[in-house]
Design a protein. Structure first.
Length: 156
């Protein structure tokens, strides 16, 4: 007799989270890649790096987002991909919160490069925390942690 698998709704939830996060992260990478020089200026506006590090960091962020978005969309080894998405979004949340505390008035947070310029506001880090939470749910649905059962936060 075949052991019961996860309910169909769990698979649909996993697919929806994977597509949402994958498309979003891939889009952020594409936005940065389309005008890397503009994104370098955004990175410079955070006033954290010396000029010699601006291009390497901008390239690393862009390539990482493109790779992570494609990885999530592929569905391959989804639990580690979700962990990477958690780390990226938590890192961005910390960076944005630190920038707000420092009192910098950024006209463009750089989330989508220069094409969808959005000013840095108090809710910007909260958006990244929401995305980290969605990535956590994806991690759980991808088998990173068991879902449901006693002591579970999320019932299946």
């Amino acid at each position: 007799m075949k052991a019961p698998g996860p309910p169909a709704s769990a698979g649909r939830t996993r697919l929806a989270l994977r597509l949402l996060l994958g498309v979003l992260i891939l889009a952020t990478g594409i936005g940065k890649a389309l005008d890397l020089t503009g994104f370098v200026r955004v990175v410079e506006s955070y006033s954290l790096l010396t000029p010699g590090f601006l291009y390497p960091v901008a390239i690393a962020v862009t390539v990482s987002e493109l790779a992570l978005g494609a990885w999530l969309l592929s569905g391959w080894r989804l639990a580690p991909a979700a962990l990477a998405a958690i780390a990226v979004n938590l890192g961005y949340a910390v960076l944005l919160a630190m920038t707000l505390v420092r009192g910098l008035d950024l006209k463009n947070c750089g989330c989508f490069g220069i094409f969808l310029a959005r000013p840095l506001r108090w809710f910007s880090p909260l958006e990244d925390l929401v995305f980290a939470g969605l990535a956590w749910l994806l991690y759980r649905r991808a088998g990173g942690l068991p879902t449901g059962g006693p002591g579970s936060i999320v019932e299946t």
